[in-house]
Structure formats: C-alpha cells, structure tokens
Write a protein that binds this ligand. Sequence first.
Ligand SMILES: Cc1cc2nc3c(=O)[nH]c(=O)nc-3n(C[C@H](O)[C@H](O)[C@H](O)COP(=O)(O)OP(=O)(O)OC[C@H]3O[C@@H](n4cnc5c(N)ncnc54)[C@H](O)[C@@H]3O)c2cc1C
Length: 387
Amino acid sequence: MREFDADVIIVGGGPAGLSTALHLVQKRRSWAERILVLEKASYPREKLCGGGITLPGLEVLKGLELDLDIPHINVRKVELRYLQYRYLLQSDPAFVVVHRSEFDHWLAREARSRGVAILEREAVNQVGVTEMVVWVETQTRRYRAKTLVAADGSNSLVRRRLKWGQGQKARLLETLTPADPQSAFFKQGLARFDWSGMQQGLQGYIWDFPSLVNGQWMMNRGIFDSRVFAQRPHKPHLPTMLAQHLTRQGVAPNEVDVKGFPIHWWRPGKMLSRPRVLLVGDAAGADPLFGEGIAFALGYGEVAADCLDAAFSAEDFRFEDYTARVREHWLLRQLQARHAGARLAFGSMRWPPLARVMWRTAPWLFRALVAVRPDYFPLTKKRMYRF
Ligand SMILES: Cc1cc2nc3c(=O)[nH]c(=O)nc-3n(C[C@H](O)[C@H](O)[C@H](O)COP(=O)(O)OP(=O)(O)OC[C@H]3O[C@@H](n4cnc5c(N)ncnc54)[C@H](O)[C@@H]3O)c2cc1C
C-alpha cells in the first residue's frame, strides 16, 4: 500500500480549493499528480451566491490564463443608497455577475483539463493531523497526505474537526426572480446596494443584481447582515426586511423561494494555518463589509500555492508564515481595510447623525480614500456621482 494518496489533499472544490490547485499546477505541471481535490457535491452544484466578481478576482483568473468564457453580465453602474442619499459609481465593468453553479463547474473543468484529480460526491466527515501525516475520512475510505488545504467554505467541517473555532459569521438570504431584460438593470448593467436598513439595525445592505441563470434573465436579490457587532441587542428579522424590499420591487414575497447561508468573515489576528494545514477562502474568512468572497477565495489560492510549493521544496510543513503572507498579498491585504470599514460603517449607527454625515459627504470621503489607496478601488472612473 502507498504511504500517501497525495502530497496535498484539498477539501472542497469551490473557487478557493480550485484556485489553490490551479496555482500549484501553474507553478509546475508535475503538481497535478500530487493533488487530490475532494468535493462533497457533484458539478454543476448549486451555491447560494450573488455571483459578483470584482476586477481583482478577474485579475487572478487572468494570471491563471483563464478567460471567463461562461455567460455573465458586466455591471457598469453601481448604485449605493442610504435613505435619500443616492450615489453612482461607474466603471466598465465595475464587476461581473456569474451564476455560481456554472462558474464553479467551469473552474473544475479547467482544473481537470490541466490534470488535477477531483473526486465528486466525496464528502469528508473526519479529519486528523499527526506530526507526520494528515488523514481525512469519507464514507468510502480514508485518504492520507502530507498536507491538507481546508477549502470547505463558511461551515467548514475541517475547522470544526480540528477545533479551530467557528469564527464570526454574517447572515444572508437570497432569492432569484424572473426579470425584464429591458429594465435598467440589464440595459445599463446596473447593480444596487441599499444600506437604508442600517436604520433598523441591519449591519449590511440589500442588493439587486442582474444575472443570467441557465440562459434566463433573472434578478438576484438578497440581504446581508454582517453581525460585526454581534453583541448588539437588536437583531433585525431578515425575512421581513427582504419581503418588504421585494414588495417594493413588485415581487410577491410569498411566491418566491428564499434561501439562506452564512459567510464566515476574516478577523485580524486569527491564525490561518497549523503545521500541515492551511485554511483558504471562506474557511479562512471573507470580507465583513460587503460580504465579498469570490475574488478573495481566488486570491487565497495564490498564497496557499506559494506556501505549499515552498514547503515541499524545503520539506518543512509548519507553514509559519502563511497568515502573514495572506495579510501582505496584493489582494488579500484589503481584508484588513474591509474589516476596519465594516466597524466604522456599522459602528456609526450607534450615533445615527454620524451615519448621515458620512453618507452626505460620501463623494469626498470616497475621493480621499482613493487618493490614499487607489489600488483598493479597481474602477476605471474613480469618482462617485450624486443623483
Ligand atoms: C447569499 C450569498 C451571496 C453572496 N454573494 C457574493 C457575491 O455576489 N460576490 C462575492 O464575491 N461573494 C459572494 N458571496 C460569498 C461567496 O459565495 C463565498 O465567499 C465563496 O463561495 C467562497 O468560496 P470557497 O471556495 O471558499 O467556498 P465555497 O464556494 O462555499 O466552496 C466550498 C466547497 O466545499 C465543498 N464542501 C463543503 N464541505 C465539504 C466536505 N465536508 N467535504 C468535501 N467538500 C465539502 C462544498 O460543496 C463547496 O463546493 C455570497 C455568499 C452568500 C451566502
């Protein structure tokens, strides 16, 4: 019997796990035979998600020589609302919207075409790490490897089994409804983020994204509550808030299917590795301000592959510098700013007049932030317009 089934076992075949595999193979073709991706579902599998991928995420794909050749919508206008304040960011595109089951299936096909072994319907239910080996158990068998990448999302089983703690999670609800392709959402490539619910204790926003689902024009609408200040007594009732929003948009709430899923978000100071184990994507933590996670998941894959490649060259699997490398990475370093932004934005609601001042002066605040960190605003036009 072979001592190891692979050098690297990746649990989870979403954007984070597949990006890790693709980055490894990009470094050296021979990595393909040394990786095993275990995915509990089978492609195309549903994933509750708005599907918005910002330009840094597309940049990571470009670095992997991947052209997004699946149906998607280019969002060119981003509307930000808070009560009577309405602003527009324009960029071509500001971000793209994909349907996640198609996107993840496409990424998996690309990884396979580069030689990566992905086993579907292989749900991991036990995990163990010793000084010399990691093992994972599925219903069918036990796999052994030298290292383990936990890419199993916000409810990560690997985190639970290794007693890493659950971290903090945002609550989200989402629904897809048939849409009119003649509406501004599709004609102008408009996406809307409405933060007015912060008045009622929401630590987040309601979104309306145009999207294409299996060739059909659909609106993807949902509500995001980061719970950055989880101890606050008032926890808004998300189904009611989303239902009110749907009614305002002319959608009958009782006729739509609303689903929920959390996002585990990144916090400063949390360790993202242990000897032989790396956390990537939502298992490590996404953005608590917008709930953005796809671009970050793709970015985590880049850092994880660098660390794995270096570890195998040095035969040293302690991964002591992984957390620091995540913090310094050109894309992932934004997580720190998003965390600070979330605390500022949602903290401002302790004193609502402050929130109003912030929204009234938003274009100037935006300009000041762009001047300090232009790289944090990957937009072609770095201006915010009032309308
Ligand atoms: C409602 C909602 C809307 C969102 N909208 C956006 C958006 O518009 N833009 C954006 O950037 N982000 C958005 N996000 C966040 C985004 O979906 C995640 O950040 C992203 O999917 C993280 O990728 P991942 O690969 O880490 O995890 P996932 O995409 O969750 O992939 C994890 C994979 O692991 C598999 N898996 C899980 N457990 C096991 C197991 N035990 N064994 C084997 N396999 C396992 C799963 O089947 C899955 O394929 C949204 C999230 C939600 C909930």
